[in-house]
Design a protein around this ligand. Sequence first.
Ligand code: AMP
Ligand code: MG
Length: 566
Amino acid sequence: MQIEIAITLEPIDLRRALPNELAGSAGAVVEFAGLVRGEENGQPIAALEYEAYSPMAEREMRRILEALAVAHPCRYVRVTHRVGVVPVGEAAIQVVAASAHRAEALALVAEFMDRLKQDVPIWKRRAVLVAQASCRCEPASAASSETASRQDLEPHRQDACATGEPRAASASEVLALLRQLGRPLAAERVVLAEALGRTLREPACALEDQPPFDRSSVDGYAVRLDDCATQFRIVDEIRAGDWKPRELRAGEAMRVATGGALPGDGLQVVMKEDVHVEGDRLTVLRRNEERNIRSRGEDARAGQALVEAGTVLQAGTLALLASIGCAQPRVTRLPRVLHLATGNEIVPPDQTPGRGQIRDSNSTLVRAFLAPWGIVPEQRCVAEDEERLKSEVRSPKSEGADLWLISGGASVGEHDFTRRLLESLDFTIHVRRTTARPGKPLIVAQRGGTLAFGLPGNPLAHFVCLNLYVRAALEAFAGRTDEAPDAFQMGVLAADLDGGGNARETFWPARWELSDGAVSLTPLRWSSSGDLTALATANALIHLAAGAGKLTSGSQVEFSFTTERA
Ligand code: AMP
Ligand code: MG
């Protein structure tokens, strides 16, 4: 199937013809055009603004179309998606499919539109209200085609709606958003010692056969396989590292150490334990079928890909790379992280707080949380002063950070400045708060390739937001987008847990351990997101749906591990 995909800022030409070569061969041509409606959430609008992460969107669309073509074979399909400001009545998307019969093309277009909503990172950025339209976009024009089909492209994420004030985002919406916003960072070559935990960006192939030569797998004596004698003369010794090719004659043996390169073909190594030696006289006491040789290429052949691109490098993988001479693998670079702990009340942990002050625990939490990723953040404590914060983020050390973590000030209080700060620095605010607890105040913002989080200062909320959302961003930066960030594990409650019917979904701190082969979760005590004591032992978060009531010990629950790399 011929596939054409375009993501464009230009108006879509709905009259564009099919490629010439299809004329006469396609029995059916189905066209779908999604036009922007003049209303959004009950408010009149002048336009919708769309945003896309184009490389991934194009890739995803192609993947979906190729998969659908298996069930609905078509000759040709063209998808054109417009981004930027799309005035009311104009097309945001056009899909054209040509097939031998109408059924395939109809089914392919319909299923593609469903999948597009779910899987492709194109989303409505905001609705342009009628009053704003004059300064934001051209006046709305009439629909440019007789195609009357309309689509209702649901946003994939928390968007500003027509009233200007966004609704709170659920945890899974925030996670899905982060997966789309966080672009895999560039690749770099690093030495193996620095590559632990990084994502490999190109396949690593064996340069030569593994093992590269026939090697003895035991300490013993090499003799000809076809020489059935029991008495031999030892003619030489081979230690690991030696290279002594020679043809053994009947009655000759060579002493070989484990790992030693065999002198030739057609040999067997009789184990040291199975012989008796006196001077250069060797008597074989026992001999069986076992050749005790690791043959050249038995583990891998030269040119064979041994580690795939996308693999997260663990200790074993690094050892393999070392063995095949891949001493500087090409991996995703680490994000540069800036962490600002804000608040007039916080003092360093080694100081005695004055009246009204508390010790800063979030800086330690952030540093320790990032350590397993190999990330050392640039950290500073800043008083609640917008100008000071601005100068901090503009300092040479902060410049170029890929990820900003701002602790505190994420809420809606008078002194909660994070959102104002980010807006004044031209960040687009995608999330302002969540429907989850702890961690209701949460800001997610973006400027180009930089992601910024405004994290709630309360320590338990901080812990939850780092382990859920910041982790998802780090995974996206690392290019690990194949992992569903909200794919929870299942575990068993070790004690009763009362969700209290709370209207918000809850991430309940817990301690997991293995019991009878299953993950057993002990819920920890907490009553406020400012509580710290649960952090002494918390290593998991139990996910309770909104409205969850009493769960008895033994119930199955969703949970996610914390402080570990997935
Ligand atoms: P905020 O998010 O700034 O409104 O802060 C919420 C709560 O978290 C307040 O009680 C703060 O004192 C506390 N808090 C803020 N930053 C920190 C920090 N770095 N360490 C410990 N607690 C903090
Ligand atoms: Mg504060």
